[in-house]
Design a protein around this ligand. Structure first.
Ligand code: SF4
Ligand code: SF4
Length: 384
């Protein structure tokens, strides 16, 4: 296993981190719950075979993930791994909840300290303003001085501009962002990785395979990989794109089977999977793959967000992006899961009241209302 510096904090973490949001499930009709036996086996295997970084969150698996991670790692394993968890604003409506929730999380994780504590999914606009207004960082600094948490960070899925505002606002220990070779100009962009590096802020990557889609390319993308003289799996190429950045501390993979863990440990243990591992020709290959995936996206949305804000809070670009992911990966499972968060946040397409404001603003002349209906039909109905 390859280990990397964790920003300015003076310790190293495994380049592969285990994201505990896609643990194996037992699905029985409409009921779905984590397969605890398999989940314990996977988490313990990872901890015993080089992975020392476990990422969970209050909300994962209907708030069950933290307790599963805590039980799996309790005892000797806990001492040699880093446990990272996240607290969302919606779970702390009152100021007193900030401490109450941390105490509850510590109990679930069966530990007396959390290595890295994150504000979960800060959004540009309202949620970032709320973080500042409620002095959340100040409250968490108290936890740090009490030894209850070791480091303070945030996870983020928004745009580049707000990312810069957040990063420059405070001396963060870590930032967790979505990046992969498809998103270099999306989300916080690949420039966010360099920004973190310059500030000594550990940069942790989520969605390296874009919900798993990049690991299972459709035949036309597979043909591009197959024609290239260097033979690697699609997942290996996607991970190497990120391992190439020296500023990346850890890449989280939401693994659902023991085989995936074993495969990923092997990929992250390769001697040459290091910064600088991609040649000019390799980068050109990934750029051609990116162009091909982009061409498979059936809604011509560029993500410019000129149509936003929608007066009824529909997140139009997010809906189209999820639909396009499904279309280009020829698999809608993960986009459906992503869309379920929009349904919960009431930003999904069913909120549209057909006012038509967005259509006037769209430079791509997309028939937004009808396209939202089509996307909603395909994306709805995810069962966690
Ligand atoms: S048509 Fe629908 S999506 Fe567009 S702005 Fe109006 S409510 Fe929002
Ligand atoms: S304005 Fe059009 S292209 Fe831009 S994000 Fe909205 S739907 Fe997409």
């Amino acid at each position: 296993m390859q280990y990397r510096d964790y920003g300015k904090l003076g310790f190293k973490v495994s380049a592969l981190g285990m994201g505990c949001m896609r643990l194996p499930m037992i699905i029985d009709g409409g009921n779905a719950e984590v397969d605890r036996k398999k989940a314990f086996e996977m988490i313990r295997y990872a901890a015993d075979n080089g992975v020392n970084y476990f990422d969970t969150a209050y909300g994962y698996h209907r708030t069950m993930s933290e307790s599963i991670v805590g039980e799996a790692l309790e005892g000797e394993r806990r001492k040699r791994v880093k446990i990272v968890t996240k607290q969302p604003l919606f779970a702390m409506p009152a100021q007193a909840d900030i401490r109450k929730n941390l105490e509850n999380t510590l109990k679930k994780l069966r530990t007396d300290y959390i290595d890295v504590y994150l504000i979960h999914n800060i959004n540009p606009g309202a949620s970032w303003e709320e973080v500042k207004r409620r002095n959340l960082i100040g409250e968490w600094e108290k936890f740090k001085s009490e030894g209850l948490i070791g480091a303070i960070g945030f996870s983020y899925h928004g745009n580049e501009q707000c990312f810069v505002d957040i990063l420059d606002h405070y001396d963060w220990d870590m930032a967790q962002i979505q990046q992969n070779f498809m998103d270099i100009e999306a989300q916080a962009t690949e420039r966010a990785i360099k920004r973190c590096g310059k500030k000594g802020c550990a940069c942790v990557i989520m969605e390296p395979l874009r919900g798993g889609g990049l690991a299972t390319p459709p035949p036309s993308v597979k043909a591009i990989y197959d024609a290239y003289p260097v033979k690697r799996s699609a997942a290996d190429w996607a991970f190497r794109h990120l391992l190439d950045y020296p500023e990346v501390s850890c890449i989280l993979s939401g693994m659902s089977t023991l085989e995936q863990i074993k495969d990923n440990i092997r990929l992250f243990s390769a001697d040459d999977a290091k910064p600088g591992c991609l040649s000019v020709a390799d980068k050109d290959l990934l750029s051609r793959v990116r162009d091909h995936y982009t061409a498979l996206r059936s809604i011509p949305c560029t993500g410019c967000r000129y149509c936003m804000p929608c007066p009824n809070n529909v997140d139009i670009p997010n809906t189209f992006s999820l639909y396009n992911d499904g279309a280009s990966f020829e698999n809608f499972d993960q986009p459906r899961r992503g869309y379920s968060f929009a349904v919960k946040a009431q930003t999904d397409a069913s909120q549209c009241v057909e006012c038509g404001q967005c259509e006037e603003k769209c430079p791509q002349k997309i028939n937004v209302i009808e396209t939202l209906k089509t996307a909603h039909k395909t994306l709805q109905g995810w069962v966690e």
